[in-house]
Write a protein that binds this ligand. Sequence first.
Ligand SMILES: Nc1ncnc2c1ncn2[C@@H]1O[C@H](COP(=O)(O)OP(=O)(O)OP(=O)(O)O)[C@@H](O)[C@H]1O
Ligand SMILES: [Mg+2]
Length: 353
Amino acid sequence: MTTEELEQLLAQQPIALLHRLARGRVQRHFRTGKRRLIELLLRHSAENRAGFESDLLALIGERTARPAAPPPRPAVQPARHSAEARRAASAHQEQEPHEPAVTLQAWLEGIGVPPPQPFVPDPWQEDALAKLQTGDVIVSVPTGSGKTYVAVEAARRAMEENRTVIYASPLKALSNTKFTEFSRIFGADRVGILTGDRRDNGQAPLLIMTTEILRNLLYDAAGGEIDVRLDTLGLVIMDESQYLADPERGVVWEETIIFCPSQARLLLLSASIGNPHDIADWLTSIRSTPCHLIKHSKRTVPLRAGYLHPDGKLTPLFRTLGIPHGHPGQWHPEAKRLFARYEDETMPSGRRR
Ligand SMILES: Nc1ncnc2c1ncn2[C@@H]1O[C@H](COP(=O)(O)OP(=O)(O)OP(=O)(O)O)[C@@H](O)[C@H]1O
Ligand SMILES: [Mg+2]
């Protein structure tokens, strides 16, 4: 087969067959359109042209040999064991009386940039800042709630009292982002960064670093060899502090907390600590000041779950606008139909459940 013939043959195939061919060959192939997928497949075929053509022909053969409509299964066949039977069962369910499923239009409504409004801190944000006056603070609130505001205001207040501030994050990329953000807020001369890749303005009153670098600094301080002054340290902010539970890196967070100078306040931020009370109790037991917990679980930005089919069709994943609690079976009928089709088209018949 010439490359041109191969390209033509690929172009004649349904996209589902191309996705099957791409499995294990092309990464993230579901994200590409048909034309791009053919390009990628052709590029890949150069590695083992004969094997590629044989796989393609086998898939085409399998497809044409497939009966147009599967024979009906005997009644004793367990309903859950085939895609067709599942579809039949779900079609039956659809006939049951149900609240009508949310439409895509309703599901998408309201997504976008809200009109500007004056900034008013939330009560929990004020509370966190007030509690830092008397001890350490753990802020455990959902993602997107505004933990950065607490970090920024706490840093501002500490610097106004001529104390230095360290902001520790688990990732170099997050450290870089915060360096840019805090430099814009406080001025470039007041913010420095220390990571494995980058050292800028190390004498600044607000230093951003990865937690590993902070732990090493505290080790050095414990051994009497430090290159950053810790006696003026007023505040240590540990973002993404759920890393305490990380099997490999958690020990770094633990040691950082244990070695943190007693005159500095600790501010731990996280959206996903499961047992913040226990962590607050532990901090209270090992530190010279009590640890206060600021916790709530109300999402400022509600989550909506959708299903994006490889053919580009988007539908709500559930019948409801939000994510149902306690009724995970409330799939949106269109999502269910598309998923069954996807399974039918892509799973080799032997692997279908
Ligand atoms: N009180 C508030 N009123 C309105 N918007 C706020 C308030 N506090 C913070 N925000 C805005 O909420 C958005 C999310 O804030 P932020 O990035 O601090 O969230 P976060 O809690 O750190 O989330 P993550 O867990 O993803 O790190 C930002 O655009 C911020 O400006
Ligand atoms: Mg954050």
